[in-house]
Design a protein around this ligand. Structure first.
Ligand code: NAD
Length: 249
Protein backbone atom coordinates (compact mmCIF):
# COMPACT_ATOMS: atom_id res chain seq x y z
CA UNK A 1 0.00 0.00 0.00
CA UNK A 2 1.16 3.51 -0.81
CA UNK A 3 0.02 6.80 0.61
CA UNK A 4 -1.74 8.96 -1.97
CA UNK A 5 -3.46 11.21 0.55
CA UNK A 6 -3.01 14.83 -0.51
CA UNK A 7 -2.47 13.71 -4.12
CA UNK A 8 -4.73 14.62 -7.05
CA UNK A 9 -4.77 12.14 -9.88
CA UNK A 10 -5.97 12.07 -13.48
CA UNK A 11 -6.44 8.70 -15.17
CA UNK A 12 -7.44 8.57 -18.84
CA UNK A 13 -9.36 5.63 -20.28
CA UNK A 14 -10.48 5.04 -16.71
CA UNK A 15 -13.93 3.57 -17.34
CA UNK A 16 -12.87 -0.07 -17.75
CA UNK A 17 -9.96 -2.48 -17.97
CA UNK A 18 -6.51 -1.35 -16.86
CA UNK A 19 -7.56 2.29 -16.36
CA UNK A 20 -10.38 1.32 -14.00
CA UNK A 21 -8.05 -0.98 -12.02
CA UNK A 22 -5.61 1.95 -11.69
CA UNK A 23 -8.38 4.31 -10.56
CA UNK A 24 -9.59 1.70 -8.07
CA UNK A 25 -6.10 1.48 -6.62
CA UNK A 26 -5.84 5.27 -6.13
CA UNK A 27 -9.29 5.42 -4.56
CA UNK A 28 -8.50 2.50 -2.24
CA UNK A 29 -5.25 4.17 -1.24
CA UNK A 30 -6.94 7.44 -0.32
CA UNK A 31 -5.90 9.83 -3.07
CA UNK A 32 -7.54 13.18 -2.30
CA UNK A 33 -9.02 13.39 -5.79
CA UNK A 34 -9.26 10.96 -8.69
CA UNK A 35 -10.46 12.33 -12.04
CA UNK A 36 -11.60 9.75 -14.59
CA UNK A 37 -11.53 10.77 -18.23
CA UNK A 38 -13.19 8.47 -20.76
CA UNK A 39 -15.27 8.93 -23.89
CA UNK A 40 -17.64 6.06 -23.12
CA UNK A 41 -20.33 7.64 -20.95
CA UNK A 42 -22.08 4.34 -20.04
CA UNK A 43 -18.87 2.69 -18.88
CA UNK A 44 -17.94 5.85 -17.02
CA UNK A 45 -21.26 5.74 -15.12
CA UNK A 46 -20.65 2.10 -14.18
CA UNK A 47 -17.08 2.88 -13.11
CA UNK A 48 -18.26 5.77 -10.94
CA UNK A 49 -20.88 3.57 -9.24
CA UNK A 50 -18.25 0.92 -8.53
CA UNK A 51 -15.64 3.35 -7.21
CA UNK A 52 -18.16 5.19 -5.04
CA UNK A 53 -19.05 1.90 -3.36
CA UNK A 54 -15.49 1.72 -1.99
CA UNK A 55 -15.27 3.05 1.53
CA UNK A 56 -12.97 5.97 0.82
CA UNK A 57 -12.44 9.66 1.40
CA UNK A 58 -11.37 10.29 -2.24
CA UNK A 59 -13.31 12.76 -4.34
CA UNK A 60 -14.08 10.95 -7.61
CA UNK A 61 -14.65 13.16 -10.63
CA UNK A 62 -15.81 11.48 -13.87
CA UNK A 63 -15.39 13.56 -17.01
CA UNK A 64 -16.69 12.41 -20.37
CA UNK A 65 -14.19 13.50 -23.00
CA UNK A 66 -12.21 12.26 -25.99
CA UNK A 67 -8.48 12.67 -25.32
CA UNK A 68 -7.84 13.21 -29.03
CA UNK A 69 -9.92 16.41 -29.08
CA UNK A 70 -7.58 19.10 -27.75
CA UNK A 71 -10.22 21.82 -27.35
CA UNK A 72 -12.67 19.64 -25.43
CA UNK A 73 -9.89 18.12 -23.38
CA UNK A 74 -8.63 21.56 -22.47
CA UNK A 75 -12.07 22.43 -21.07
CA UNK A 76 -12.22 19.09 -19.24
CA UNK A 77 -8.81 19.48 -17.64
CA UNK A 78 -9.57 23.08 -16.62
CA UNK A 79 -12.73 21.77 -14.96
CA UNK A 80 -10.67 19.17 -13.05
CA UNK A 81 -8.06 21.73 -11.97
CA UNK A 82 -10.80 24.14 -10.88
CA UNK A 83 -12.17 21.39 -8.64
CA UNK A 84 -8.92 19.85 -7.38
CA UNK A 85 -6.58 22.84 -7.49
CA UNK A 86 -3.87 20.85 -9.27
CA UNK A 87 -2.97 17.52 -10.85
CA UNK A 88 -0.03 15.72 -9.22
CA UNK A 89 -0.25 12.40 -11.04
CA UNK A 90 -1.17 11.82 -14.69
CA UNK A 91 -1.78 8.32 -16.02
CA UNK A 92 -1.92 8.38 -19.83
CA UNK A 93 -3.79 5.12 -20.27
CA UNK A 94 -6.50 5.67 -22.92
CA UNK A 95 -5.77 3.65 -26.02
CA UNK A 96 -7.38 1.71 -28.85
CA UNK A 97 -6.49 -0.95 -31.40
CA UNK A 98 -7.58 -0.96 -35.05
CA UNK A 99 -5.65 -4.01 -36.23
CA UNK A 100 -5.03 -4.85 -39.88
CA UNK A 101 -2.14 -6.26 -41.81
CA UNK A 102 -0.28 -3.20 -43.07
CA UNK A 103 -0.89 -3.68 -46.79
CA UNK A 104 -4.63 -3.70 -46.04
CA UNK A 105 -4.62 -0.98 -43.38
CA UNK A 106 -6.91 1.97 -44.16
CA UNK A 107 -5.99 5.58 -43.60
CA UNK A 108 -8.76 5.75 -40.99
CA UNK A 109 -7.33 2.78 -39.09
CA UNK A 110 -3.93 4.49 -39.10
CA UNK A 111 -5.20 7.96 -38.14
CA UNK A 112 -7.62 6.82 -35.42
CA UNK A 113 -4.86 5.00 -33.56
CA UNK A 114 -2.31 7.81 -33.98
CA UNK A 115 -4.85 10.42 -32.87
CA UNK A 116 -5.86 8.62 -29.69
CA UNK A 117 -2.79 6.66 -28.61
CA UNK A 118 -0.18 9.28 -29.48
CA UNK A 119 -1.79 12.68 -29.98
CA UNK A 120 -4.05 12.01 -26.98
CA UNK A 121 -0.95 11.59 -24.83
CA UNK A 122 0.49 14.85 -26.19
CA UNK A 123 -2.79 16.61 -25.44
CA UNK A 124 -3.16 15.40 -21.85
CA UNK A 125 0.47 15.89 -20.96
CA UNK A 126 0.73 19.32 -22.59
CA UNK A 127 -2.32 20.46 -20.62
CA UNK A 128 -0.98 19.38 -17.21
CA UNK A 129 2.81 19.74 -17.50
CA UNK A 130 3.05 23.47 -16.78
CA UNK A 131 1.07 23.05 -13.55
CA UNK A 132 3.44 20.28 -12.49
CA UNK A 133 6.45 22.45 -13.33
CA UNK A 134 5.05 25.34 -11.29
CA UNK A 135 4.42 23.02 -8.34
CA UNK A 136 7.84 21.41 -8.66
CA UNK A 137 6.17 18.01 -8.45
CA UNK A 138 4.73 15.51 -10.89
CA UNK A 139 4.37 11.84 -11.69
CA UNK A 140 3.51 10.75 -15.21
CA UNK A 141 2.99 7.14 -16.28
CA UNK A 142 2.46 6.37 -19.97
CA UNK A 143 0.78 3.13 -21.00
CA UNK A 144 2.91 1.68 -23.78
CA UNK A 145 2.79 -1.98 -24.78
CA UNK A 146 4.92 -4.96 -25.62
CA UNK A 147 3.69 -4.30 -29.17
CA UNK A 148 6.16 -1.37 -29.21
CA UNK A 149 8.67 -4.03 -30.31
CA UNK A 150 6.52 -4.95 -33.32
CA UNK A 151 3.43 -7.12 -33.73
CA UNK A 152 1.83 -8.50 -36.89
CA UNK A 153 -1.32 -6.53 -37.74
CA UNK A 154 -0.42 -3.66 -35.42
CA UNK A 155 1.83 -1.30 -37.42
CA UNK A 156 -0.37 1.63 -36.33
CA UNK A 157 -0.61 0.57 -32.67
CA UNK A 158 3.06 -0.47 -32.43
CA UNK A 159 4.17 2.86 -33.91
CA UNK A 160 2.28 4.77 -31.21
CA UNK A 161 3.46 2.55 -28.37
CA UNK A 162 7.09 2.77 -29.53
CA UNK A 163 6.71 6.56 -29.84
CA UNK A 164 5.68 6.66 -26.19
CA UNK A 165 9.06 5.20 -25.25
CA UNK A 166 10.92 8.14 -26.84
CA UNK A 167 8.35 10.56 -25.44
CA UNK A 168 8.76 9.14 -21.94
CA UNK A 169 12.56 9.28 -21.98
CA UNK A 170 12.58 12.84 -23.34
CA UNK A 171 10.06 14.14 -20.83
CA UNK A 172 11.94 12.42 -18.02
CA UNK A 173 15.06 14.39 -18.93
CA UNK A 174 13.14 17.64 -19.31
CA UNK A 175 11.21 17.18 -16.05
CA UNK A 176 13.99 15.91 -13.81
CA UNK A 177 15.02 19.29 -12.41
CA UNK A 178 11.39 20.06 -11.67
CA UNK A 179 10.91 16.87 -9.65
CA UNK A 180 8.69 15.34 -12.34
CA UNK A 181 9.23 11.63 -12.97
CA UNK A 182 8.03 10.10 -16.23
CA UNK A 183 7.94 6.36 -16.82
CA UNK A 184 6.28 3.93 -19.20
CA UNK A 185 4.70 0.55 -18.54
CA UNK A 186 4.67 -2.09 -21.29
CA UNK A 187 1.93 -4.61 -20.56
CA UNK A 188 1.16 -7.65 -22.64
CA UNK A 189 -1.86 -9.88 -22.78
CA UNK A 190 -3.95 -8.38 -19.97
CA UNK A 191 -7.49 -9.66 -19.45
CA UNK A 192 -9.57 -6.59 -20.36
CA UNK A 193 -12.36 -5.81 -22.86
CA UNK A 194 -9.62 -4.83 -25.35
CA UNK A 195 -8.89 -8.55 -25.68
CA UNK A 196 -12.42 -9.15 -27.03
CA UNK A 197 -11.13 -8.15 -30.47
CA UNK A 198 -8.92 -11.27 -30.52
CA UNK A 199 -10.63 -14.43 -31.85
CA UNK A 200 -11.21 -16.98 -29.06
CA UNK A 201 -9.07 -19.62 -30.80
CA UNK A 202 -6.06 -17.26 -31.01
CA UNK A 203 -6.54 -16.27 -27.39
CA UNK A 204 -6.44 -19.92 -26.27
CA UNK A 205 -3.29 -20.52 -28.31
CA UNK A 206 -1.63 -17.48 -26.74
CA UNK A 207 -2.55 -18.69 -23.24
CA UNK A 208 -0.97 -22.08 -23.99
CA UNK A 209 2.19 -20.35 -25.28
CA UNK A 210 2.44 -17.92 -22.34
CA UNK A 211 5.07 -18.81 -19.70
CA UNK A 212 2.53 -18.39 -16.89
CA UNK A 213 -0.22 -20.12 -18.91
CA UNK A 214 -2.62 -17.26 -18.24
CA UNK A 215 -3.40 -13.66 -19.11
CA UNK A 216 -2.34 -10.87 -16.79
CA UNK A 217 -4.88 -9.14 -14.58
CA UNK A 218 -5.53 -5.39 -14.82
CA UNK A 219 -4.71 -5.21 -11.10
CA UNK A 220 -1.21 -6.54 -11.82
CA UNK A 221 -0.57 -3.58 -14.12
CA UNK A 222 -2.17 -1.21 -11.61
CA UNK A 223 0.27 -2.41 -8.93
CA UNK A 224 3.23 -1.32 -11.06
CA UNK A 225 1.55 1.97 -11.94
CA UNK A 226 0.90 2.60 -8.23
CA UNK A 227 4.62 2.15 -7.47
CA UNK A 228 5.63 4.51 -10.30
CA UNK A 229 3.06 7.06 -9.09
CA UNK A 230 4.20 6.91 -5.49
CA UNK A 231 7.06 8.67 -3.76
CA UNK A 232 8.68 5.23 -3.32
CA UNK A 233 9.83 5.62 -6.94
CA UNK A 234 11.26 9.12 -6.50
CA UNK A 235 14.61 8.19 -8.15
CA UNK A 236 13.08 6.14 -10.98
CA UNK A 237 12.50 8.10 -14.17
CA UNK A 238 12.74 7.57 -17.93
CA UNK A 239 12.21 3.83 -17.42
CA UNK A 240 10.18 1.48 -19.57
CA UNK A 241 9.04 -1.46 -17.49
CA UNK A 242 7.53 -4.65 -18.88
CA UNK A 243 4.50 -6.20 -17.22
CA UNK A 244 3.99 -9.30 -19.29
CA UNK A 245 4.40 -12.48 -17.24
CA UNK A 246 7.60 -13.29 -19.11
CA UNK A 247 6.23 -13.27 -22.67
CA UNK A 248 9.17 -12.65 -25.01
CA UNK A 249 9.93 -9.14 -26.29
N1 NAD B 1 -5.03 -5.31 -22.51
C1 NAD B 1 -3.78 -5.51 -22.89
O1 NAD B 1 -3.31 -6.65 -23.05
C2 NAD B 1 -2.84 -4.35 -23.14
C3 NAD B 1 -1.52 -4.65 -23.48
C4 NAD B 1 -0.64 -3.61 -23.71
C5 NAD B 1 -1.06 -2.30 -23.58
N2 NAD B 1 -2.35 -2.03 -23.25
C6 NAD B 1 -2.71 -0.61 -23.15
O2 NAD B 1 -3.33 -0.36 -21.91
C7 NAD B 1 -4.27 0.71 -22.06
C8 NAD B 1 -5.61 0.26 -21.51
O3 NAD B 1 -6.02 -0.89 -22.25
P1 NAD B 1 -7.22 -1.83 -21.82
O4 NAD B 1 -6.80 -3.21 -22.17
O5 NAD B 1 -7.68 -1.52 -20.44
O6 NAD B 1 -8.29 -1.36 -22.90
P2 NAD B 1 -9.88 -1.22 -22.85
O7 NAD B 1 -10.33 -1.12 -24.25
O8 NAD B 1 -10.44 -2.29 -22.00
O9 NAD B 1 -10.08 0.19 -22.12
C9 NAD B 1 -9.66 1.39 -22.71
C10 NAD B 1 -10.50 2.53 -22.18
O10 NAD B 1 -10.03 3.73 -22.83
C11 NAD B 1 -11.16 4.47 -23.27
N3 NAD B 1 -10.78 5.27 -24.43
C12 NAD B 1 -10.36 4.82 -25.64
N4 NAD B 1 -10.14 5.85 -26.45
C13 NAD B 1 -10.43 6.98 -25.76
C14 NAD B 1 -10.39 8.36 -26.07
N5 NAD B 1 -10.07 8.79 -27.30
N6 NAD B 1 -10.72 9.26 -25.10
C15 NAD B 1 -11.08 8.83 -23.88
N7 NAD B 1 -11.15 7.53 -23.53
C16 NAD B 1 -10.82 6.62 -24.46
C17 NAD B 1 -12.21 3.41 -23.63
O11 NAD B 1 -13.52 3.94 -23.64
C18 NAD B 1 -11.99 2.40 -22.51
O12 NAD B 1 -12.76 2.69 -21.38
C19 NAD B 1 -4.29 1.05 -23.55
O13 NAD B 1 -3.45 2.16 -23.79
C20 NAD B 1 -3.73 -0.19 -24.20
O14 NAD B 1 -3.12 0.11 -25.43
C21 NAD B 1 -3.25 -3.02 -23.03
Amino acid sequence: MYDFSNKFVLVTGAAQGIGLAIARRFVTEHASGVALIDYNQDSLNNALAELESINTDSVILPVSCDVSNYENLSLAINQIIDRFGRIDILINNAGITRDAIFHKMSLDQWNDVININLNGVFNCTRLVINGMRENNYGKIVNMSSKSAYGEVGQANYAATKAALVGFTKTLAKEGARKNITVNAVLPDFIDTPMMNAIPQENLQRRIEDAPMKRMGKPEEVAALVAFLSSDESSYVTGETINCNGGTRT
